[in-house]
Write a protein that binds this ligand. Sequence first.
Ligand code: NAD
Length: 424
Amino acid sequence: MAYLEPAPLLDKENPFEAMMSRFRAASQILGLEEEVYNVLKVPARQVIVSLPVTMDAGNIRVFEGYRVVHSTILGPSKGGIRFDPHVNLDEVKALAAWMTWKCAVVDIPYGGAKGGVACNPREMSAGEIERLVRAYTLSMIDIFGPDKDIPAPDMGTGPREMAWLMDEYSRTQGMTVNAVVTGKPIVLGGSLGRTEATGRGVMVSTLAAMEKLKINPYKATCAVQGFGNVGSWAARLLSERGLKVQAISDITGAYYNENGIDIEKAVAYRDKNKGLLTGFAEAESLGTQDILTLPVDVLVPAATEDVITANNASEIKAKLIIEGANGPTSSKADNIIYEKGISVVPDILANAGGVTVSYFEWVQNRLGYKWTAERVNRRSDRIMKDAFDNVYKTAVEYKVSLRIAAYMVAIDKVAKTYKFRGGY
Ligand code: NAD
């Protein structure tokens, strides 16, 4: 069977190939029928649109936009919208498939999708961005829908853009449809607990993995790469649970303090310093990459993709890696890390707290009812813990890494559902 060929070894990776190499490996161990493999390996729908937008200067610029629905087998598709100059169809395809596996691994009733527009929001005014969001929404009107495809924020977009999207969609329907998108401002039906949800899920997965590895959180040290939404919440919640966070980092460099960093102080500093840690005096300054190879127990890459590669994997000293970011480890580094005996809680599991609370936002919108933060946190913690236990059990049973086990759990669920639903 064609898919049983070994996956190519990759380093700085084409994101679609990186996803496919894990998908192939997990499918092989599961013994997935080739027919089902062939259905799941391709996106269900790929749309490319041209979006003419009037710029503030009066000229019209045409932006290219994408929406890829990878799968609707488990339910309406779910996935963010990325505004970035480098967005391309291959990347959106990979991220859409990633969403299918992520939703399946935490057992929420969604398929996977992703969208993007090739643009640089940092060089655009709020008015230009609003017109672009509205044009994009209108061009996707046949795709989006609370029962069909539910977008959310991703790089370069946030609650403001989701509010415009919801408004534009609602205008076309002649009524307010807030369940068409998640990640909205709280006043428009956003969920309490969404901001910290991904970092919180990282914390839950970290503690669950530490329990299996018999590492006492109160005696453990930790380094967190990236100090944005995911990294700073993960660092804060992990330090609240007893871990000594010795290093944090962002695009400006890494900051190390052997005695532990006061995360509240670091957050306050960042918020006053244009979102950056540069000049943070409570810690020694290191190079950006140095954070990955520090002698800590737990490493949380929560910045960006492909930071752990074949070039630095053998230098990693942590016993446990929790992937807060999407795709921080290249597929070529997977084997090096596995052979070193380092446990990795993979992205599709570790950072799924975000999509879980997005699902809660959609549930609340459809109920017309608001949950307390306490209820949101309790339910998402339970989902993350159950998902971790399920993946761990699979890893032990099949003697595979947690990453391959997570893909196996996800693919098995989607494949079984596909077979029950049947096809043509
Ligand atoms: P963010 O923009 O809020 O923060 C990113 C942080 O990483 C910033 O501190 C930035 O300075 C830093 N950074 C960027 N490039 C870096 C580099 N090369 N080296 C060191 N630091 C670098 O983004 P975020 O929302 O925290 O997302 C981080 C990662 O988590 C992304 O991979 C994202 O796809 C993933 N993720 C986010 C969510 C969510 O809910 N926000 C959910 C799932 C996955």
